[in-house]
Ligand binder design. Structure first.
Ligand SMILES: NC(=O)c1ccc[n+]([C@@H]2O[C@H](COP(=O)([O-])OP(=O)(O)OC[C@H]3O[C@@H](n4cnc5c(N)ncnc54)[C@H](O)[C@@H]3O)[C@@H](O)[C@H]2O)c1
Ligand SMILES: [Zn+2]
Ligand SMILES: [Zn+2]
Length: 396
């Protein structure tokens, strides 16, 4: 399986198309699912680059190890747009949406980690506990994360590929029970859900993958939802110089609101030179690439201090290439670290981050630029491309 596939789904998708009836029978006999499937509305990307549409989605009752979740809110992440553009893989049709919070409606047999009524954030890292990463005590790298084994389908039986193994622009979704992390229900769903992907990815890029320390200098390239979260994470972890870099002045204003101590407009000045000037001529201890661009990666590579770290969070498309002098790679030392989901562990990190939010120490409200209806996802993609929002959040 390619890396893009692993990032996208955790496990390969069985694309066999079956009718709803056949699927239901197989499920009930062998997996212990309930008798009912649920007809709900969801946002589907049917083919590459085509506008998304709201379609009828058939969601099976939960079988062993699964949970049915009534989605309350789901943020629009750039990764959803990457799926629609065919940038992740070609497993169309996709059920989009993956930054979500909701209430568990039903669980399959043997599920003990969550119960109906729990308020949960959905995650795409339901660790298996058994793979080589988990066995060696590094579950945030889990190589066999769990997803629901039953498939959600369109009315004609076409199997849907849920974005990041979740699929949450839908009134109800079916996930592995391990993909549900219960958190304090006083957090608003539209805010809590954002921890399910982009905001966690950004916070963790600084706090976990980048391992920011008190007194560090951090430069974040791309101040969208992910980049602003990386800025917030750097501040939480004690960085004293935090530089936001973007091409859009509106994003730089937001970067400042999240705690950036300086900003660089890369459409007007050389980002590498500007960051060196802001760090005593040396470069930053940590540079976070939160765009998904080879050019920006190169800037991040050269804008860091000797022995510094580059964390790559931005998702590349398959044709992207980077070319660097090997002597620069060696000569500058330090670390280059791609970061999936900020190397988070949902069961450890989501409840703590929600508590920090409720205590007023982590501003998650500011990420919610607008709340929209399920029909508004296509337009929200355009607003994201025009740079008008950090996060549009679908509320149900
Ligand atoms: N690794 C992960 O686990 C993970 C998780 C979620 C999202 N992502 C990825 O992170 C990236 C950012 O996501 P987002 O939701 O914040 O997207 P976004 O579109 O909201 O933000 C991207 C920002 O980059 C800026 N930008 C574009 N070109 C730039 C350049 N040359 N220099 C500086 N800034 C530039 C844009 O103006 C925008 O503000 C995407 O590629 C997304 O797929 C990764
Ligand atoms: Zn594992
Ligand atoms: Zn995402």
């Amino acid at each position: 399986m390619t890396v893009a596939h692993r990032f996208a789904l955790g496990r390969p998708v069985d694309k066999t198309r079956r009718t709803g009836t056949a699927r239901k029978k197989a499920t009930n006999l062998f997996e212990g699912g309930g008798d009912l499937s649920h007809e709900v509305r969801g946002v589907v990307a049917r083919s590459k680059k085509a506008p998304v549409s709201v379609e009828k989605v058939i969601v099976p009752d939960p079988a062993r190890g699964e949970a049915l979740v009534r989605v309350q809110a789901c943020g629009v992440c750039h990764t959803d747009l990457h799926y629609r553009e065919g940038g992740i893989n070609d497993d169309f049709p996709f059920l989009l949406g993956h930054e979500a919070a909701g209430v568990v409606e039903a669980v399959g047999p043997d599920v003990t980690s969550v119960s109906p009524g729990d308020f949960v954030i959905l995650n795409w890292r339901a660790v298996c506990g058994e793979c080589r990463a988990c066995r060696r005590g590094r579950p945030w790298y889990c190589f066999a994360t769990h997803n629901a084994s039953q498939k959600m389908t369109l009315e004609d039986g076409s199997v849907l590929s849920p974005a990041l193994g979740i699929g949450a622009f839908v009134e109800k979704t079916l996930v592995s029970a391990g993909q549900c992390t219960p958190v304090d229900r006083r957090a608003r769903p539209e805010v809590a859900g954002l921890l399910g992907c982009g905001v966690m990815a950004g916070l963790g890029a600084s706090m976990f993958t980048g391992a920011v320390n008190r007194g560090d200098s951090v430069a974040v390239f791309g101040c969208g939802g992910v980049g602003c979260a990386a800025i917030a994470g750097a501040v939480l972890a004690g960085a004293t110089t935090v530089i936001g870099v973007d091409l859009d002045s509106r994003k730089l204003e937001l970067a400042t609101q999240f705690g950036a101590t300086a900003v660089v407009d890369a459409s007007e000045e050389d980002a590498v030179e500007a960051i060196r000037a802001l760090t005593g001529g040396f470069g930053a201890d940590l540079c976070v690439e939160a765009v998904g661009s080879p050019q920006v990666f190169e800037q991040a590579f050269y804008a860091r201090d000797l022995a510094g770290t580059v964390v790559q969070v931005g998702v590349p498309t398959p044709e992207m290439r980077i070319e660097l002098p090997m002597s620069d790679l060696f000569g500058r030392g330090g670390r280059i670290a791609p970061s999936w989901y900020g190397d988070c562990l949902p069961s450890r990190d989501f409840p703590v981050l929600v508590d920090l939010y409720l205590e007023g120490r982590l501003d998650l409200d500011r990420f919610v630029s607008e709340t929209i209806e399920i029909e508004g996802v296509e337009e929200a993609f355009h607003r994201m491309e025009r740079g008008e929002v950090l996060r549009s959040v679908v509320v149900f």
